[in-house]
Design a protein around this ligand. Structure first.
Ligand SMILES: NC(=O)c1ccc[n+]([C@@H]2O[C@H](COP(=O)([O-])OP(=O)(O)OC[C@H]3O[C@@H](n4cnc5c(N)ncnc54)[C@H](O)[C@@H]3O)[C@@H](O)[C@H]2O)c1
Length: 290
């Protein structure tokens, strides 16, 4: 998609981090932007900030883990704007699993992560794609995965990595099916990075649903600063990526119609290559760091 001006973008998880940066960038491109988020106060603040900067931005409270909530979002967007051209299924959470092994990981954590990270993406596709196809216009679906799981799983985060592997596969299948349907809608998978992106994801528990309480006790989950300290103590280089950089290369990828929205840098290419080699060699997956 080359022409963004006047078109409509919907971004889930739009109140914070990468979603907020995507919304800001789409607004700067002249799009009408709808941010959807479960965190009402943060959503209101983000919408007010982006409007102050001149963006045509609105917010709709949405819980992507609930099909009826995402359908209501689609109804409202179509009633107001009549079309959607870019849909970013971006809302996502991470659970506190750095000390977790699969065999003792809590069921509530798996359920919560699948509801938001996987069902959230599916609900978005099911609520919007049929209407986008019926509209007959050019459009693009961007699903936010993660290099962690979406390309190779880090052993420290089994739940998160598994959900993001699902997001990559869902998007790849969606891409093929849209092509087979000869539609004007494209699909892409976004891997934010190349380093940890400085967002509020380390505080994702703020939006944990009451019906899935944490079964963990003891020390609280690590913050971004904790991760920085751990990396430095392990003698590893630690860098962060800013959300704006992710939004910038996402827009560039949409303009160039790229499926894999994958930044260069960091250790990603090396890790992907090593994993593919191990598959072709029929050998064990290569060890991966934190
Ligand atoms: N930060 C990183 O380093 C990184 C790396 C790879 C992938 N990602 C992915 O990027 C996406 C955005 O995360 P972020 O890093 O900007 O974190 P963030 O916490 O800053 O933003 C996530 C947003 O999603 C919202 N959200 C959570 N549950 C929701 C629900 N049920 N319904 C609607 N909205 C909900 C939150 O309120 C928040 O505004 C996620 O899918 C995440 O997995 C992040």
């Amino acid at each position: 998609m080359r022409d963004f001006s006047g078109r409509v973008a919907v971004v889930t998880g739009g109140a914070s981090g990468i979603g907020r940066a995507l919304g800001a960038r789409f607004a700067a491109e002249g799009m009408r932007v709808v941010l959807a988020d479960v965190e009402k106060s943060a959503l209101d603040m983000t919408v007010a900030d982006l409007r102050r900067e001149g963006g045509a931005v609105t917010g709709i409270s949405t819980d992507v883990s609930k099909q009826e909530s995402v359908c209501a979002l689609a109804d409202e967007v179509y009633a107001t704007h009549g079309a959607v051209h870019v849909l970013c299924n971006n809302a996502g959470i991470g659970t506190d699993e750095t000390r977790s092994r699969i065999w003792d990981s809590p069921a509530n954590d798996w359920t919560w992560a699948f509801r938001v990270n996987v069902w959230g993406v599916l609900h978005g596709i099911k609520a919007f794609v049929p209407r986008m196809l019926a509209g007959g216009e050019e459009g693009h679906i961007v699903n936010t995965s993660s290099a962690n799981g979406g390309l190779y799983p880090l052993p420290t985060t089994p739940i998160y990595a598994t959900t993001k592997a699902a997001v990559t596969t869902i998007t790849e299948v969606l891409h093929h099916q849209l092509r087979m349907a000869r539609s004007k809608i494209r699909a892409s998978v976004l891997f934010p990075g190349p380093h940890i992106v400085a967002t509020n994801i380390f505080d994702a528990a703020r939006n944990r649903p009451a019906d899935l309480p944490s079964e963990r006790t003891g020390t609280p989950p690590p913050t971004l600063d904790d991760v920085r300290r751990m990396a430095e103590q392990a003698g590893m280089e630690f860098s962060v990526t800013q959300p704006k950089e992710v939004a910038d290369y996402t827009v560039e990828a949409l303009q160039q119609d790229r499926f894999w929205i994958l930044p260069r840098g960091g250790r990603t290419d090396e890790a992907v290559r090593a994993r593919i080699e191990s598959i072709l060699d029929r050998s064990a997956p290569p060890p991966l760091g934190m």
